[in-house]
Design a protein around this ligand. Structure first.
Ligand code: FES
Length: 124
């Protein structure tokens, strides 16, 4: 978790593009995020089901809970808790509406060492 740093909100859709009662997946800051529209209220969690990797955006949505389309694990779309074992949770993200845009804030994974060639010192 400490590997992530805060980021700005990013627009993923226009209001109305995500049908009521459904979710859609978007790539934001290098991650897939499932954004749900339930009665005009939006929420966002990690799209990757921790069981075997199904897209949670395609799951059945009811009462703030999405059911994974593959093997029916259930997650709260507001805080990412796994309903059958609330000690385990997936990431949940802030969502806001700005004008007619749906925006999410997904922390950015901090760059590790070694990816960037800064040209300082160690020249091998
Ligand atoms: S992949 Fe989601 S419950 Fe199995």
């Amino acid at each position: 978790m400490s590997d992530y740093v805060p980021s700005d909100f990013v627009t993923v859709a226009k209001v109305g593009e995500i049908p009521e009662g459904q979710g859609q997946a978007y790539a934001v800051n290098g991650r897939m995020v499932a954004v749900f529209n339930e009665g005009g209220k939006y929420s966002a969690i990690d799209d990757f089901c921790p069981h075997m990797g199904a897209s949670l955006a395609g799951g059945y949505l009811e009462a703030g809970i999405v059911t994974c389309p593959w093997h029916a694990w259930r997650f709260c779309t507001h805080d990412g808790k796994w309903c059958d074992n609330p000690k385990i949770k997936i990431d949940a993200f802030e969502v806001r509406i700005e004008g007619d845009e749906v925006q999410v804030r997904v922390p950015v994974k901090e760059q590790g060492t070694g990816d960037k060639d800064q040209g300082t010192g160690d020249a091998t």
